[in-house]
Design a protein around this ligand. Structure first.
Ligand SMILES: *Cc1c(COP(=O)(O)O)cnc(C)c1O
Length: 405
C-alpha cells in the first residue's frame, strides 16, 4: 500500500475548512507515486489493467479505477472534486466548455415534449441553443424575466421539467431570488439549474439555496487567466450526477486532462482574485457614478442598484462586473473603448486582466432591437469586466479616457 493518500482523497482537510483552503486542497493530496505536491497531469487516453479479470471488474463497476479518459481521468477528477467542494454539491462533471455544460444538462435531462423556463437575459448561446436547436427535438421553452418571481410562476406548465436561471445577468446585472425560485420550481416538480459563472462559488452558492444543479463556464472566474475554455456541472444528488455523467460520456463533451490541470491551477487563487477584482470594481463603480460623462452605473454594490438588498442576502459581495451608460451615447462609448489603454477591448470576463466591451454590437448582437430594448441593453451601455491590476492605474486609465470625451 502506498503511504500517500489517493490523489482524490482530501480526508486531511478539516470538515469546516474555509473556502481559500478548499480552493487549494480539496480533491488533492500529494501524488501517491512520487509525492509531487503539484497535481500531476495524467495525459493519457487509456489506463492499463493488471489482468483481464481487473479489466472485467472495472467495466462491470465492481472495482474503482480508471479505464479511459472520456469516462474519467485522475487530473480531471481532482478539478471535479475541488469545485464540488466549493459549491457544496455531490460531485462535479468537467466538460470541454461552458456551452458543453449547458448542452450536457439539456441532453441529459430533457425528452421530447418537455418544456423549459429560462431567464430571458441568460448568456446568448444558452438561449439560442434552446430556441434554434433543442426545438428541433420537440423541446419547448419560455423566456421570462425571473427577477420577478410571478413571471416564473406564470410560465410554468405541467410539462415543465427544468428551470434555468442566471443571476446576476449579463450585462444588466439583474438578480433572481434563488431561494424563492427554488420553492416555486419544486412545487411544480421542475428541476432548477443555475448558471453561476458570473458570481463564482466565492460569492454565491446556489445549491445552498435550493438549486438542484449548478454550472460554470470555467473559462471565466474559475480558471481566471484568460487562457483556457472549459465548463463544469455540479449536481446536488448522486441520482442527478449519474444522469448527467452518462450524458457527458455518451455525448462526449469531456474535458481534456491538460485543460483540467490548467483550470485546477487557476482555481487555487479563485477567492483571492475574486475579492481583489471586487475591491477594484467597488471603487471604480463609485468613480464612474461621480463622473459627468457617465449617465448611469449598474453595479449591485451601489446604493442605486434596485436589488441591493437581495444582493447582500444571497451573495457574499457584488462581484466585479460593471455596466454603465455614457451621457454621449454609443459614439461616446466607442471613443471611450478606443482611448483606454490598460483596459483591453475584448469580450469574456473573470480573468486577472480588465476587459471592456460594447454589448449591443458585440456579445448581445444576436438580439433584435426590440429584445435589446426589453432587456435594458441600450446602445449607450458599456460593460467593464474588472480585473486585478492596481486600482490607481485602472482609475487613471478610465478617468483620462472619460475626461477626454
Ligand atoms: C461564457 C459564458 C458561458 C459559455 O461558456 P464557454 O466556456 O464560452 O462555452 C455560459 N454562461 C455564461 C454566464 C458565460 O459568461
Amino acid at each position: 500500500m502506498p503511504h500517500h493518500a489517493d490523489p482524490k482523497d482530501s480526508a486531511h482537510l478539516p470538515e469546516d475548512a474555509g473556502i481559500e483552503t478548499r480552493a487549494i486542497h480539496a480533491g488533492q493530496a500529494p501524488d501517491p507515486v512520487y509525492g509531487a505536491v503539484a497535481p500531476p497531469i495524467y495525459q493519457t487516453s487509456t489506463f492499463a489493467f493488471a489482468s483481464p479479470e481487473q479489466g472485467e471488474r472495472r467495466f462491470a463497476g465492481k472495482e474503482e479505477g480508471y479505464i479511459y479518459t472520456r469516462l474519467a481521468n485522475p487530473t480531471t477528477r481532482m478539478l471535479e472534486d475541488c469545485v464540488a467542494s466549493l459549491e457544496g454539491g455531490h460531485a462535479g462533471i468537467a466538460v470541454a466548455s461552458g456551452m458543453g455544460a449547458v448542452s450536457t444538462i439539456f441532453l441529459g435531462l430533457l425528452s421530447q415534449g418537455d418544456h423549459v423556463v429560462m431567464t430571458d437575459t441568460v448568456y446568448g448561446p444558452s438561449r439560442l441553443l434552446l430556441e434554434h436547436d433543442l426545438s428541433r427535438f420537440g423541446i419547448d421553452a419560455s423566456f421570462v424575466d425571473t427577477s420577478r418571481t410571478e413571471n416564473l410562476q406564470q410560465a410554468l406548465r405541467s410539462e415543465t421539467r427544468l428551470v434555468f436561471i442566471e443571476t446576476p445577468t449579463n450585462p444588466t446585472l439583474r438578480l433572481s431570488d434563488l431561494a424563492a425560485c427554488a420553492r416555486i420550481c419544486h412545487q411544480a416538480g421542475a428541476l432548477m439549474v443555475v448558471d453561476n459563472t458570473f458570481a463564482s462559488p466565492v460569492l454565491q452558492r446556489p445549491l445552498e439555496r435550493g438549486a438542484d444543479i449548478v454550472m460554470h463556464s470555467t473559462t471565466k472566474y474559475i480558471n481566471g487567466h484568460g487562457d483556457v475554455v472549459g465548463g463544469i456541472i455540479i449536481a446536488r444528488t448522486a441520482e442527478l450526477h449519474q444522469r448527467l455523467l452518462r450524458a457527458r460520456i455518451y455525448f462526449g463533451a469531456s474535458m481534456d486532462p491538460h485543460q483540467s490541470w490548467l483550470v485546477l491551477r487557476g482555481l487555487k487563487t479563485l477567492p483571492l482574485r475574486v475579492r481583489a477584482a471586487q475591491d477594484n470594481a467597488q471603487s471604480l463603480a463609485r468613480m464612474l457614478e461621480d463622473h459627468p460623462a457617465v449617465r448611469r452605473v449598474i453595479y449591485p454594490g451601489l446604493a442605486t442598484h434596485p436589488q441591493r438588498v437581495l444582493a447582500s442576502r444571497q451573495m457574499e459581495g457584488p462581484g466585479s462586473m460593471i455596466a454603465f451608460e455614457l451621457a454621449g451615447g454609443y459614439e461616446a462609448g466607442k471613443a471611450l473603448m478606443t482611448r483606454v489603454r490598460l483596459a483591453t477591448l475584448a469580450v469574456s470576463l473573470g480573468g486577472v486582466e480588465t476587459l471592456i466591451e460594447h454589448p449591443a454590437s458585440m456579445t448581445h448582437a444576436g438580439l433584435s432591437a426590440a429584445e435589446l430594448e426589453a432587456t435594458g441593453i441600450s446602445p449607450a451601455l458599456v460593460r467593464l469586466a474588472v480585473g486585478c491590476e492596481s486600482l490607481a492605474d485602472l482609475e487613471q486609465d478610465l478617468s483620462r479616457a472619460l475626461d477626454s470625451l
